[in-house]
Design a protein around this ligand. Structure first.
Ligand code: IFL
Length: 465
């Protein structure tokens, strides 16, 4: 039965308690006696095992297909850029897998060349490769890694420069600087500030952060009276191309980077914008269906619901709300995903929120639930977040472990679940790092200072030996 309930920010807290407590209450008995250090060691040994298969079967390739033992390109077909390797570097370093880390750094220095005559997706290239190189540089201090990050960012900057509004095109030719695909979205124009800001700090060049912030401000200046933005816009006209406000894919990391820019750089504009945007989301997008809090798409000017799906990726918002001082709302939203985890073992890629049922069968080995748990756990170290994350980890092991690594799933409705044949690059950077940070208390990270990018690259918080 559908029971949508719109609420404003002030009425939220009184509505929240039920959902939040119901979802997180009752620490499972296993969690009370959990040997967290042993679980952390288990995560490390799974990571090392998967890494060995990547080295043997897909070294330097973008992604391993862990069922068949083959590999695939991610950015440019036929021209791999060592995606999984770069994504893995800071995780290897945190896990003190130093030989593996150094072998990866040596490969980057000897082989990674961005002078490629091919189109790369600007957003993905930034969060995965620029971010991966920067965090590896921050880990070990090797200046060659910073040089590579800067070279790549300079190529991506062409996508910003080509737009009259400073809104990056979706694709840029890494060699020629030619651009294509002006029809873009908030995530793809607004997920640069943390990587570009850190790059600016390390190189003394503030052009990068200025470009990132200008693109975000362009969209923020077009907010409606409700304080919402539509998720889609055009790099040439500078105008929105849809009416749908979304917290989800196509928008998600835009909001993360507002908050992260405040945390990393103390940028007060970004903090104000984060508070305003999150407040508008809670007031105008938060709806209840059968008592559960979801954030479906709404018309950005009227607030009318325009779509009732939510993806597993939307889970990041639970953590972000907690980071930005709306912990009760964050807990409440996390409880909706926890209920899905409990019911379906693996949270469906897309959820019909009116019935809390899956809208498809495949899933992409997604990290966002663990991401949210980490962000909320960092706030108050409540053991319930670790318990939920331990379930997430064990369910992944039970369903997604294949012969040569961990894989996406083709069908979560069969028993056993049907495996796909791909390990996305983010697996090496995201969930395995989240699990390890929460379970193992690694000595190379100061959790109180930790800031992760949307791809979980460490941008602050390393403790160098
Ligand atoms: O690349 C990942 C990153 O977290 C992101 N979007 C989706 C991916 C993981 O699901 O910003």
């Amino acid at each position: 039965m559908t029971n949508a309930l719109s609420f404003n920010r002030r009425s939220t807290l009184s509505l929240l308690a039920g959902g939040a407590v119901a979802g997180l209450a009752g620490l499972p008995a296993e969690a009370r006696s959990e040997d967290w250090a042993a679980l952390g060691e288990d995560v490390k040994s799974e990571f090392q095992w998967a890494w060995r298969h990547y080295v043997e079967r897909a070294w330097g390739r973008d992604e391993i297909n862990p069922v068949s033992g083959t590999s695939r390109s991610f950015f440019i077909e036929g021209h791999d850029l060592g995606l999984s390797l770069v994504e893995a570097l800071d995780t290897l370093w945190i896990m003190e897998l130093d030989e593996e880390f150094q072998a990866g750094v040596d490969w980057v220095k000897a082989n990674l060349d961005f002078d490629v005559d091919g189109y790369a997706q600007v957003f993905e290239t930034n969060i995965r490769l620029v971010g991966g190189l920067l965090s590896a540089h921050l880990a070990c201090g090797d200046p060659a890694l910073l040089d590579k990050a800067r070279d790549l960012a300079d190529r991506l900057m062409k996508a910003f420069d080509a737009s009259p509004h400073g809104l990056p095109y979706r694709y840029v030719n890494l060699k020629t600087g030619a651009v294509r695909d002006p029809e873009t979205n908030l995530a793809e124009i607004g997920t640069y500030a943390t990587e570009f800001g850190v790059l600016g700090q390390l190189t003394g060049d503030d052009r990068y952060y200025a470009a990132a912030k200008r693109a975000m401000k362009h969209a923020l200046d077009m907010r409606s009276d409700l304080g919402l933005m539509a998720a889609n816009l055009h790099a040439e006209t500078g105008l929105f191309t849809s009416r749908n406000a979304s917290i989800d894919v196509y928008a998600d990391s835009f909001y993360e980077y507002l908050w992260d820019s405040w945390e990393l750089f103390g940028d007060a504009d970004m903090k104000r914008w984060a508070g305003e945007c999150l407040g508008a989301m809670v007031a105008h997008q938060g709806k209840r269906y059968d008592g559960r809090l979801w954030f479906p798409m709404v018309d950005y000017e009227t607030g009318a619901v325009t779509g009732t799906s939510q993806t597993v990726l939307g889970g990041y918002l639970a953590g972000l709300l907690g980071q930005a001082g709306m912990k009760a709302e964050g807990d409440d939203f996390l409880a909706s995903y926890s209920a899905m985890q409990e019911r379906y073992t693996i949270i469906p890629e897309s959820i019909e929120v009116t019935t809390a049922t899956p809208r498809g069968k495949r899933t992409g080995l997604r990290p966002e639930f663990a991401d949210a748990c980490l962000n909320l756990w960092q706030h108050d170290r409540d053991e319930r977040y670790r318990a939920l994350t331990a379930v997430h980890y064990r369910n992944m092991k039970a369903t997604s472990k294949a012969t040569y690594g961990y894989t996406s799933l083709a069908d979560i409705t069969t028993r056993p679940m049907t495996q796909g044949d791909n390990c996305p690059g983010y697996w090496w950077s995201e969930q395995m790092k989240y699990y390890f940070l929460m379970f193992a208390a690694p000595k190379r990270v100061d959790l109180s200072r930790l800031v992760l990018s949307t791809e979980a690259n460490v941008l602050r918080g390393f403790v160098r030996d």
